[in-house]
Design a protein around this ligand. Structure first.
Ligand code: ATP
Ligand code: MG
Length: 560
């Protein structure tokens, strides 16, 4: 193998084996099968990157299949959001398909199974059926309805379909084996009655197929060659195959189910049910709250498609469940934003600085580099004046020699501007500093070519000119959960781990070049981190989200 080629992961190996066994490459066909009962999250991103990534690698089509078999939880809003997210990640599906497209075919096949004596209508309560199920070590008990005649089954099933019965009164079961060592093979449910309108088929159906019955048959109808799902479906594979055995015809593609491990992220929840709880109970502002691990939340927070794909590629896929440290995701977004974002100056915790020897009323527009990572440098102008804001933490009256920022009697450079020296402070009656007075060296202007402009001082700090500054609301986020694995302990509800301080809102002062910024625009606020314009931002009220800090400050805190 050449060093350029990455070694195959075990999923790619499965595909290579199929090809070696004679499957023609044109027959390869994959799918991503979300259930439209919530927004996509980072776990789904892994599955999307896996399936669509295989499509790209093998030049094979990938279907986006909505697994819409449960009308009580599914909605068009979720379908639209899922499509938007997959497109935003940069993938194109070959076909947009729905399990509900196949309701008639699935029904017809169910009738065929009844006729062949392989399915029956059970009319017991769910409690009775649960009691008969047995345990992994004891066999189950046959239902008293198991030997209903084909005619009676056909009649009841049709009447179930026609809406003659109430929910929970009858179900259709496959007739397999109540003593099977795999509990899922003990006469599994194929259909239940749900009297709810479906977001696509409306009131046409009041019986709905179960996942196990619908999934493999949908794969078959779409000629999916490899159906990759998460590990919890491993025991379902036998049933998947049994159902396929009933309908597969010679010469057609027979889909193959294979499993990979779910991806879990530290300090995060990746379960739609639990994310829905956060939304519905108001712990967050919505599915796209920038603290949510949803793709829409990450997008609003300022994450890029490249960063999410890079994250998914880096963790790859695994055969066993594991917890990925969220700092890896943050590393990926920082790496991407470092390349693409313009550098600007903003002050989020301001203290006023007055340059006593700078002429009153004077302003200068100084040259500032947009992004040192750019191949061809570009510049913008930033205004400078006598009164500036700097960050409160960039000044100490007295400090030890390790403090490379502003102190009294020492020099520091103002980014893109002059060298200043701390002279004195003004305090209020409580002893809080309200103004810092400094003097500047007029010869030291950055880039002016003078000796003083090249003079090296220990530190450089950022600033914003007070008369020119624009104000913005800046939303600073912390982890939504304080525990590394909020879902890890089944005894403790995940809500107990919610971080009550996950959102801090501050007023920021920004350089005026940011005035025209648009929703979604991304910047590096120098020395502070990466920020983007929130979707609620307007021309009158700019709102920024902090995407991520410049360094992994969290890891440092935890070491303390
Ligand atoms: P959830 O538990 O959040 O509801 P799900 O598996 O029920 O997840 P689906 O919409 O059914 O959600 O999932 C669509 C696809 O995404 C499935 O193939 C599923 O296996 C995959 N998937 C879901 N969560 C993860 C995860 N954490 N890691 C990898 N793949 C995932
Ligand atoms: Mg599911």
């Amino acid at each position: 193998m050449s060093t350029k080629e990455k070694s195959l992961n075990f999923i790619e190996q499965i595909i290579e084996d199929s090809l070696k066994e004679g499957m023609s490459p044109e027959k390869l066909h994959f799918r991503f099968p979300p259930e439209p009962n919530g927004y996509l999250h980072l776990g789904h991103a892994s599955s999307i990157c896996l399936n669509f990534g295989l499509g790209q690698k093998y030049n094979a089509p990938v279907n986006l299949r909505f697994d819409d078999t449960n009308p009580s939880k599914e909605e068009q809003e979720f379908v639209d959001a899922i499509k938007h997210d997959v497109e935003w990640l940069g993938y194109k599906w070959a076909n947009e398909v729905y399990a509900s497209d196949y309701f008639q075919q699935l029904y017809d096949w169910a009738v065929q199974l009844i006729k062949e004596g392989k399915a029956y209508v059970d009319s017991q309560t769910s409690e009775e059926m649960a009691q008969q199920k047995g345990t992994p070590t004891t066999v189950g008990v046959n239902s008293p309805y198991r030997d209903r005649s084909v005619e009676e089954n056909l009649d009841l099933f049709e009447r179930m379909k026609n809406g003659e019965f109430e929910e929970g009164t009858h179900i259709l079961r496959a007739k397999i084996d109540m003593a099977h060592k795999n509990m899922l093979m003990r006469d599994p449910i194929m259909y239940r009655i749900i009297k709810k309108s479906h977001h696509r088929t409306k009131d046409k159906w009041c019986i709905y197929p179960m996942y196990d019955w619908a999934h493999g048959e949908s794969d078959y109808l779409e000629s999916i060659s490899h159906s990759f799902c998460t590990l919890e479906f491993l025991p379902h594979r036998e049933l998947y195959d049994w159902f396929l055995d009933q309908v597969c015809e010679e010469g057609k593609i027979r889909p193959m189910q294979r499993e990979f491990a779910r991806r879990n992220l530290s300090h995060t929840i990746v379960s739609k049910r639990k994310l829905a709880k956060l939304v519905n109970e108001g712990y967050v502002t919505g599915w796209d709250d920038p603290r949510m691990p949803t793709i829409s939340g990450l997008r609003r927070r300022g994450y890029t498609p490249a960063s999410i794909k890079n994250y998914a590629d880096t963790i790859g896929i695994a055969k066993r469940d594991n917890l990925i440290d969220v700092s890896l995701l943050e590393f990926c977004v920082r790496e991407d934003l470092n390349k693409i974002t313009p550098r600007v100056m903003a002050v989020l915790d301001p203290v006023k600085l007055v340059i006593t020897n700078y002429p009153e009323g004077q302003e200068e527009w100084l040259e500032a580099e947009n992004n040192p990572e750019e191949e061809v440098m570009t510049f913008r102008k930033v205004p400078f004046s006598k009164e500036l804001y700097i960050e409160r933490e960039d000044f100490k009256e007295e400090a030890n020699s390790k403090f490379f920022r502003l102190t009294l009697g020492k020099e520091v450079r103002l980014k893109n501007a002059y060298i200043i020296k701390g002279e004195s402070v003004v305090k209020d009656e409580n002893g809080n500093i309200t103004e810092i007075h400094v003097t500047y060296d007029p010869e030291s202007k950055s880039g002016s070519g003078t000796e003083a402009s090249k003079r090296k001082v220990k530190g450089t700090i950022h600033w914003v000119s007070i008369p020119h500054a624009i104000e913005a609301e800046v939303r600073i986020y912390d982890r939504l959960f304080t525990s590394e694995n909020p879902d890890g302990n089944k005894e403790v509800d995940f809500l107990e781990h919610i971080n009550p301080q996950s959102l801090e809102v501050v007023k920021g002062y920004l350089e005026p070049s940011l005035k025209e910024s648009k929703i979604g625009d991304k910047f590096q606020f120098q020395r502070l981190g990466y920020f983007c314009v929130d979707k609620d931002s307007t021309a009158d009220k700019l709102i920024f989200n902090k995407t991520v800090g410049l360094r992994d400050t969290w890891a440092k805190l935890e070491q303390k």
